[in-house]
Design a protein around this ligand. Sequence first.
Ligand code: HEC
Ligand code: HEC
Ligand code: HEC
Ligand code: HEC
Length: 152
Amino acid sequence: MRLWKDAGHLIRLVLLLVILVVAFLVIRRAVIPEGFGRYGHFRPAALEEIRMRPVHFAGRAACEACHSDVVEVKKSGKHAGLSCEACHGPLGKHAEDPEVKPVLPKAVALCGRCHEANSARPKWFPQVNTKEHSGGESCVTCHKPHKPKFGE
Ligand code: HEC
Ligand code: HEC
Ligand code: HEC
Ligand code: HEC
């Protein structure tokens, strides 16, 4: 028994360790979300939560189903490859209910986003110094936004 005579501090240490390990396991159980680990390092319920979020973009097919007149103009022009919502912004609400009137995009800010001269853009891409080029007029006084090449 001589061996254990002065073991009080060791026992306290072991007890403390046990308490810490138990506390760790309890907290871990409480904070780890259900299903964690089923698909690796991921919380499966997140998929459902993301799916519940409102959808802002309707997608090109939806716009084209109702606006065939615009599609007709656009398909032979230089903007044929652009999606409607790349310029009009997310219009999911309007596509669901056409009574929700979209605000038309302001040309100068919109067109400049892609066409403002910038040495970082590829050389082949049509770009202009918008201020000098437009002389302060709106781009759509001369260019049709859905078929923009001048004179087409
Ligand atoms: C269910 C049919 C439908 C869908 C889908 C739809 N629209 Fe419309 N849209 C309409 C109707 C109807 C009007 C109002 C008619 C009008 O004034 O020309 C309208 C009006 C607009 C206007 C305003 C026109 C103006 O003169 O103010 C824009 C811009 C527009 N739609 C763009 C879009 C885009 C972009 C999409 C795809 C995200 C889209 N629409 C999807 C039916 C639809
Ligand atoms: C390059 C950008 C761009 C793209 C791509 C684009 N639009 Fe537009 N759209 C505009 C601008 C800018 C106006 C406003 C023109 C103005 O102010 O007169 C406009 C106007 C409209 C209008 C109002 C009526 C009219 O014809 O002027 C409708 C409807 C419309 N867009 C639908 C669409 C649909 C549907 C698509 C996809 C098939 C589409 N747009 C693709 C830029 C774009
Ligand atoms: C989202 C990017 C984007 C926006 C916004 C955009 N464009 Fe374009 N534009 C393009 C692309 C891509 C082309 C095709 C380039 C090519 O293939 O040569 C193009 C082509 C053009 C051309 C033809 C140039 C030529 O002579 O070949 C003109 C003009 C033009 N756009 C004007 C406009 C105007 C005006 C607006 C605003 C109403 C606008 N663009 C908005 C991407 C954009
Ligand atoms: C006063 C009429 C007018 C206005 C306003 C105007 N443009 Fe133009 N734009 C033209 C003409 C004409 C051409 C074709 C001749 C040329 O290449 O300069 C052209 C050509 C272009 C091209 C093709 C350049 C290339 O290198 O092929 C782009 C891109 C363009 N415009 C964008 C815009 C944008 C963006 C705006 C608004 C900030 C705008 N334009 C306003 C008349 C106009």
